[in-house]
Every structure is written in structure tokens, then in C-alpha cells.
Design a protein around this ligand. Sequence first.
Ligand SMILES: [Zn+2]
Length: 153
Amino acid sequence: MIMESASPVEYLGTETRLCTCGCGQTYTVSGGKLSYDEGRDVTFELALVQHGDGVRHVWVALISGPWTDDDARDCWTFIHGWRQDEGVTARVEELAQSPWSAVDLEGNRPVGRDEVMNNAPAKTWVFERFNDLVHYHREVGPFVFPEREHGGA
Ligand SMILES: [Zn+2]
């Protein structure tokens, strides 16, 4: 892992949305850009969702370039994370199960769960980028682990 003094996350703005599940709660979605490896980056949206039951859900949409040579559209991949003990576990999900199910992807292509899980390099990339955001995005730690202190470090 490369440790840099500057954050690998660039923050591009936050908005509030009404939950699509019908629970009546709102949640925040923040957009940004994540840098990784050397000189690479990927656009993302992060949704921190709580329904009525108080369970905290971390949702990430990774917005990348085309995945295949025969489809030039940019691709959206959806990852659902939740707390497990002292960490965050994650699962790739379909657009329809995600907080973006009612969002206009503006012609971009939603990547299905099977397409990710059947493509080993893509799967590795998706989970690595999700873990990067869990580690480095300033809003994830306080949301998932509210009992921890989040000063300084
Ligand atoms: Zn809900």
C-alpha cells in the first residue's frame, strides 16, 4: 500500500436524497474522485443510508470507463457494505437493489453483479476501491463506527 500525505479522495459535493425503499428517511450522497496506484483515479458516489431500523449501510457506486471493447459507455458498479465486528464487509449488488435504482445514469451502463463476480481482475479492482473508500473517505468511519473517536488521525 502506498501511503501518501495527501488524501487520495477528492470531495466534489454532497446532496440529500429521499430513500427509495419507502422508509421515509433521507440520506446523503457525496460525489468525488478516488486516486489509487500511481496516477489512476475513478469517480465515485458514496451513499450513507439508514432506514428505520438504525442499521447503517455504506453504498458505493464506482463510475469508470468502458469495461468491454464492444460497449463504449461508462460503467457504474454498485457495492453494498455493512459493519461486521470491527470491519466492513461488502457485496456487489445490482442497480435495482441500490440507492441509485431511481437515478438517471445518463446513458451509462450499470454493471451487473454476475459480470463483476465472473471477472476476477474486475472483482479485485471493485473490492480494492471499495476498501480504499472505507479507509480514506472522511465520512465512512464516523458513520460506521460512531462510538469511536474521530479526532486528528
Ligand atoms: Zn429506506
